[in-house]
Write a protein that binds this ligand. Structure first.
Ligand code: G3P
Length: 214
């Protein structure tokens, strides 16, 4: 499973750049960073740090305007993926962008049927928001499992991104469900790397290492 970082924070992207395959941003993540960069400069900067896919979201709602906005953003760098909202207009734009060879990430997906429609319109990625589904008492990972199955069964080239990840168990479940990508917040990557037994074991090894004559 590929690991993307779900943040627009340049420092965090630099910090984890050695272990990530891509980055996903959205308007809320960008607003949260309170960056001095303009939107275009921020995306350009991120695309220089990470050579893999960098998702940047459009904010137009009408398909012609969506395509126009997407073309401008895609021009920033060759590794840009356009995040398109899961609406009928978004699907129309996704179809056209896919015919133009512009990569898309259809976002705000909450059902396998939405993923199916997006895959059929040529979406490069579909982002299933598992955390937001779990928050309202649904089973987010079930949508991931269904989307992965449908995509494999009908040979779509679309990749499923498990998004809106809240904790390490979401990542493990995504990997077991066959999600192609998990986009993970920096705090969850940090938690994934840790275990109390690793810390205790290392402390013991260091203590014992000090007793050995060189
Ligand atoms: O990639 C989508 C993700 O950023 C949404 O996460 O935590 O706002 O539900 P969240």
């Amino acid at each position: 499973m590929k690991i993307f970082l779900d943040t627009a924070d340049i420092d965090q992207i630099r910090k984890y750049s050695f272990l990530i395959d891509g980055v996903t941003t959205n308007p809320s993540l960008i607003a949260k960073t309170k960056t001095e960069y303009s939107f275009e400069d921020l995306i350009s900067e991120i695309s220089k740090i990470v050579p893999g896919p960098i998702s940047a979201e459009i904010i137009s709602l009408e398909s012609n305007q969506m395509v126009e906005e997407a073309q401008k953003i895609a021009g920033i760098s060759q590794n840009i993926v356009i995040k398109v909202p899961m609406t009928m207009e978004g699907l129309k734009a996704t179809k056209r962008l896919s015919q133009m060879g512009i990569k898309t990430n259809v976002t705000l997906i909450f059902s396998a049927n939405q993923a199916l429609l997006a895959a059929n319109c040529g979406a490069t990625y579909v982002s299933v928001f598992v955390g937001r589904l779990d928050d309202i008492g649904h089973n987010g990972m079930e949508v991931v499992r269904d989307a992965v199955d449908i995509i494999a069964r009908y040979n779509y080239s679309t990749q499923v991104i498990t998004a809106s990840i809240r904790h390490p168990m979401h990542v493990l479940s995504a990997a077991k469900a066959g999600s192609h990508v998990a986009t993970i917040p920096p705090s969850v990557i940090e938690l994934m790397s840790k275990h109390n037994l690793t810390d205790a074991g290392l402390e013991q090894f260091l203590q014992d290492g000090g007793k050995i004559q060189s």
